[in-house]
Design a protein around this ligand. Structure first.
Ligand code: UD1
Length: 424
């Protein structure tokens, strides 16, 4: 497995462009199953998760072509509602095909999904929502099965604004008979992107971005080709902002939607970063040492849980003590041990981490335990003294398109190594 070696101590300087959003493209790809024609999707990032989703779509019979950053999904050949392939276990987002298959066939069967190891991630809300549309679901032998004789719209109240459950229900409801209302829906920008894609296929979805989404079922979606451009990745953008802040750099981050990164911008400003924004760009500079601040992860538009590990890396070097509360996932502190190896002073009590900033971190051998934990280690490595060797970077490749190349362009000393010391 590849490793990254980061030689810390360089102030990042220059301009960097953000790729398409992982969390937008994955549900959009799943929705590509719904019509009986071509979906042409632009601004698709080159990620391991996208490769897994391509295989998921192929497993149900779709034909998928990738040309640069454009993906063409032909769903006219989709002929299976069953996913028994073990690749489903590789990525939690593969559960997003449940809603699309249920809409298309009235039934689905899939292995229980896997994915990032960040606490228990049940799918009860997905299944409860689909059941409200008339699907009878059952679980057994590692499979989830849903059966119906046709979905019927209904009103659904989510106990928690789950991103994946909202997306699955939106897709399932597109062709259900009558009207579906999702209350306490997730409000993330990726939900809005999915709504736009579904509507371009002829669906009738309204309200995404608010906590009530209304879907009027249509009999059939368009089979003529649809085109869509994926929104920029707000978590990638936030990661680069922290990269600028942690190295005391001066970085322009291009191709973003500033509003989507406001929750991160406002907190970084409180920490002493100077951030200006113009024309879908932000420029991050840091006049002095970053100051500690408290963070609490919340559903959008709160501070994103997907930025919690990166912000913890930054707080490890800040002046003062920060309290970081993780309210979305129950076990998302695996990066703490790795940051400690680099000299960070972090105590964990339940879902709260208390980070006392130190003057310096030192390079060490560390492991990317999940996607954003891996990103946090890259950031810590950029600021640490000497070399940091990050193992298991498959996780980073799942969600960042060419991270080391982007940071090299900003002056970072970071290289990818295959089979270091002959080990695998
Ligand atoms: C999505 C994102 C992920 C992000 C997360 C929260 C994608 C592909 N992934 O994941 O990067 O970290 O949103 O912003 O978009 N839950 C239940 N039952 C359910 C569903 C969820 O209890 O049926 C719980 C989860 O265990 C978790 C919380 O709800 O504690 C949030 O999960 P959810 O919003 O569903 O996250 P994902 O869609 O999996």
């Amino acid at each position: 497995m590849d490793k990254l070696i980061v030689m810390g101590g360089t102030r990042l300087k220059g301009s960097i462009s953000v790729s398409g959003a992982k969390n937008a493209v994955l549900p959009i790809m799943a929705a590509g199953i719904l019509n009986d024609g071509e979906s042409i999707i632009h601004n698709v990032p080159n990620l391991e998760d996208v490769k897994v989703m391509i295989k998921v779509l192929e497993a149900v019979g779709a034909k998928v072509k990738k040309e640069g950053t454009t993906l063409i999904i032909d769903s006219s050949t989709v002929n299976s509602y069953e996913l028994s392939d073990s690749l489903v276990r590789k990525m939690r987002a593969s559960n997003l095909v449940m809603g699309a298959l249920a809409a298309k066939f009235g039934t689905f069967k899939t292995l229980y999904p896997g994915g990032c190891n960040i606490g228990s991630r049940p799918i009860d809300l997905h299944l409860k929502g689909l059941e409200r549309l008339g699907l009878k679901t059952s679980e057994g032998h590692g499979y989830i099965e849903g059966k119906s004789s046709g979905l019927v719209g209904n009103s659904i109240h989510l106990d928690f604004p789950s991103v994946g459950a909202t997306e699955n229900i939106m897709m399932a409801a597109c062709m259900a008979k009558g009207k579906t209302i999702i209350r306490n829906a997730a409000r993330e920008p990726e939900i809005v992107d999915l709504q736009n894609f579904l509507n371009s296929m002829g669906a009738n979805v309204k309200g995404a971005g608010l906590d009530v989404i209304k879907i009027e079922g249509v009999k059939k979606l368009k089979s003529s080709p649809v085109e869509h451009t994926v929104i920029p990745d707000r978590i990638e953008a936030g990661t680069h902002m922290v990269a600028a802040a942690i190295t005391g750099g001066d970085v322009e981050i291009k191709n973003i939607i500033v509003e989507h990164v406001e929750p991160v911008i406002s907190k970084l400003r409180e920490c002493g970063a100077s951030i200006s924004n113009y024309n879908n760009c932000v420029r991050v500079t840091v006049p002095g040492r970053i100051r500690a601040n408290d963070f609490r992860t919340l559903p959008y538009p709160g501070f994103p849980t997907d930025m919690q590990p990166q912000i913890m890396a930054l707080m490890s070097l800040a002046q003062g003590t920060s309290v970081i509360s993780e309210s979305i996932f129950d076990n998302r502190f695996k990066h703490v041990d790795e940051l400690r190896r680099m000299g960070a002073d972090i105590k964990v009590e339940g879902r709260v981490a208390i980070v006392t900033g130190t003057e310096r971190l030192t390079g060490a051998f560390v492991e990317a335990t999940d996607l954003r934990a891996g990103a946090a280690l890259v950031l810590a490595g950029l600021a640490a003294e000497d070399a940091t060797v990050i193992e298991n970077i498959y996780h980073i490749d799942r969600g960042y398109d060419n991270l080391e190349k982007k940071y090299s362009q900003l002056g970072a000393k970071i290289i990818r190594v295959s089979n270091l010391n002959g080990s695998n």
